[in-house]
Design a protein around this ligand. Structure first.
Ligand code: NAG
Ligand code: NAG
Ligand code: NAG
Ligand code: NAG
Ligand code: NAG
Length: 300
């Protein structure tokens, strides 16, 4: 009986230890869970994702060079983020004046973030001199439908009835179209001031396109993230009970183990500090195991 109680107790204690180790870098903001490669703590997560997310009053904000966005969702399975820009046009509202963020990341961070191929950016009110319309003499405009979403359908939105959409010729040489839909790959940075546009909208499709037109699209920026095939380090670290982070230089990856930091994983001797001190948790776990053995040996 004593043995049973101790075993159950010891097991749950060890399980508790294991979970507390795995989650030492995990954090929450509102109902969004932040796990690798993201983190709210400097030193946790992947170095490509440092100084990126901030939690304010349970609202998770994503901060890049083009501005701040609200994070609506992090999809870890598909490795995608859904962002919201309050200055972005939607089906109900056209926001002009160039106040929208668009989407542009710092050069060093660019490899880690790319709007998904099925995300459409609709540039609104771009000047005829806009780079969007340059460099295509005699060719078609870069404007096109992306995943079945484009400006023709967007013009049917109630927002356009208020602004008054003038049907212009869409050919190059005449006035430029009021709205030009592009995929991110063709432009690489949605910078409204550089592109000389008054505003923009962004929509994405998760499921095969619905038939109910632009009113049924999801408005926001869907961004694919990636650690650039550099997942092995963290997988090995987590498999040995560590939490993935990086050194104070903000570059080198680090595996944070219970009582030491390692440049490889928690099973390796390669700790970054010379002292491998026993933590209180280690000492307690050892004591529990000792107690268990003592009870066992005294019973038989
Ligand atoms: C956008 O373009 C302007 C003008 O070319 C430039 O000054 C600014 O730094 C760019 N913004 C971003 C976020 O790249
Ligand atoms: C968070 O809560 C909001 C409503 O408060 C909901 O719309 C959203 O889907 C939730 N997000 C997640 C990731 O559960
Ligand atoms: C986009 O799709 C709409 C509706 O399917 C079509 O009328 C329009 O010509 C397409 N536009 C472009 C630029 O391909
Ligand atoms: C491990 O590294 C993290 C982040 O640099 C640091 O905060 C922590 O104190 C380090 N732990 C040990 C035991 O050195
Ligand atoms: C420890 O680190 C050194 C260099 O930092 C490396 O050559 C060696 O393979 C590592 N050892 C283990 C067991 O990972």
């Amino acid at each position: 009986m004593t043995l049973l109680i101790c075993n159950t107790f010891c097991l749950s204690f060890l399980a508790l230890l294991a979970t507390s180790r795995a989650s030492s870098c995990r954090s929450y903001c509102g109902n969004i869970t932040l796990d690798y490669p993201f983190s709210l703590k400097y030193g946790c997560g992947h170095p490509g994702f440092k100084d990126l997310l901030f939690c304010m009053n349970d609202v998770l904000m994503f901060h890049i060079s083009s501005g701040s966005y609200r994070v609506l969702d992090i999809d870890y399975a598909y490795q995608a983020l859904t962002l919201h820009d309050p200055h972005m046009s939607t089906c109900d509202n056209i926001a002009l004046g160039g106040r929208g963020n668009g989407f542009a990341v710092e050069k060093w961070r660019a490899p880690y973030f790319n709007p998904t191929p099925d995300n459409v950016f609709m540039l609104i009110g771009c000047s005829a001199e806009s780079p969007v319309f340059q460099g295509f003499p005699g060719q078609h405009l870069p404007c096109r439908n992306v995943s079945g979403m484009g400006c023709e359908e967007y013009y049917d939105c109630p927002a356009w009835r208020m602004v008054g959409h003038k049907t212009l010729g869409s050919g190059y040489g005449s006035a430029p179209p009021e709205c030009c839909a592009v995929a991110f790959e063709s432009i690489k940075a949605i910078n409204l001031s550089r592109l000389q546009c008054e505003g923009y909208s962004s929509a994405y499709s998760l499921a095969p396109l619905k038939v109910d037109g632009a009113g049924g699209w999801s408005y926001g920026i869907r961004v694919k993230y990636s650690v650039q095939g550099n997942d092995e380090f963290c997988r090995a670290c987590e498999a040995t009970g560590g939490a993935c982070g990086f050194e104070t230089d903000g570059v080198k990856q680090l595996c944070m183990c219970r009582s030491f930091n390692s440049t490889t994983n928690c099973d390796s001797e390669n700790s970054t500090s010379d002292t491998m001190s026993l933590s209180l948790a280690d000492a307690l776990a050892g004591f529990m195991i000792y107690m268990g053995m003592w009870v066992m040996s005294s019973q038989f």
